[in-house]
Design a protein around this ligand. Structure first.
Ligand SMILES: NC(=O)c1ccc[n+]([C@@H]2O[C@H](COP(=O)([O-])OP(=O)(O)OC[C@H]3O[C@@H](n4cnc5c(N)ncnc54)[C@H](O)[C@@H]3O)[C@@H](O)[C@H]2O)c1
Length: 253
């Protein structure tokens, strides 16, 4: 337990599972007032209960499909109704439908963009006016290192995550004088429960994603969450418009 985010209001999207749930726990351990959101209502409640049971401040929750403008707006409004302000938005909701480009259907392509890009666009669009009025804010997007190294079967996912990266650089310049920073954490393959399940089903398919990592392993969820928390903190006051890879060296520079 530490006090890095005491009295700060932090929204984490996609908090019902995997990396988002671990990010939420890191912020809870640092004393944040949390608003957690996800389309998976049941699992979201379970994560919030687990955090509350560990003796941390009880997180607020708001479930819904954040690729819809009104639902994302509702999350931001609900956070203001609950806590009166917002300091940090972590756009983590997402996830890939990883397959060769021509194996996608119109539905899987649309879902890929909805999940990763529209969730980020709408939550950001609704939160920035509040941060601008406060003269302070931290927006951290979870992107993907595959945008940088063009990983196999990631073209559609990269179209979405590339937008997530690019929006952060544009906004960083636009709001640089308003006290708001925008950054991206770009992981390589991460050791999440879903990745573990997929590895069991098809070890060879996943191995090539690990083979491109000089450290020879997937990232751990805690390693991603640590970088998210740094970029979301007051310490990162001169860091904006950056895409920071957490990738065991799989892309460099
Ligand atoms: N796991 C990896 O190897 C890896 C690598 C690079 C980037 N990422 C990114 O990290 C983030 C977390 O991924 P994860 O691996 O923990 O996956 P995950 O599927 O466990 O978590 C993603 C969460 O986002 C939620 N979500 C998806 N669409 C949503 C929507 N429209 N509205 C609200 N919630 C929605 C899901 O319900 C889920 O709980 C994602 O943005 C993902 O693209 C993951």
């Amino acid at each position: 337990m530490n006090s890095r985010f005491t009295n700060q209001v932090v929204i984490v999207t996609g908090a019902a599972s995997g990396i988002g749930a671990v990010i939420a726990r890191h912020f809870a351990d640092a004393g944040a007032k949390l608003m957690l959101s996800d389309v998976n209502e049941k699992q979201l409640a379970a994560v919030a209960e687990e955090i509350a049971a560990s003796g941390r401040e009880i997180p607020a929750v708001k479930a819904g499909d954040l690729s819809k403008e009104d639902i994302a707006g509702g999350l931001i409004k609900s956070t203001i109704d609950t806590y009166g302000t917002i300091d940090v938005l972590v756009n983590n909701a997402g996830g890939g439908i990883i397959k060769p480009f021509l194996d996608h259907t119109p539905d899987t392509l649309r879902t890929t963009i909805d999940r990763n890009l529209w969730t980020t666009v709408w939550c950001t669009w609704h939160v920035v006016p509040i941060m601008k009025a406060n003269g302070y804010g931290r927006v951290v997007n979870v992107g993907a290192d595959s945008v940088r190294n063009g990983l196999w079967d990631h073209a559609a996912y990269n179209a979405a995550k590339g937008g997530v990266h690019a929006m952060a650089t544009g906004l960083a310049r636009e709001f640089a004088k308003d006290g708001i920073t925008f950054n991206v954490v770009a992981p390589c393959i991460v050791n999440t429960p879903q990745v573990q399940k997929a590895t069991l089903m098809s070890p060879q398919a996943l191995q090539r994603f690990v083979d491109v990592v000089p450290m020879g392993r997937a990232g751990e969820m805690d390693e991603i969450a640590s970088m998210v928390c740094y970029l979301a903190s007051k310490e990162a006051s001169f860091v904006t418009g950056q895409v920071i890879s957490v990738n065991g060296g799989s892309t460099m520079l």
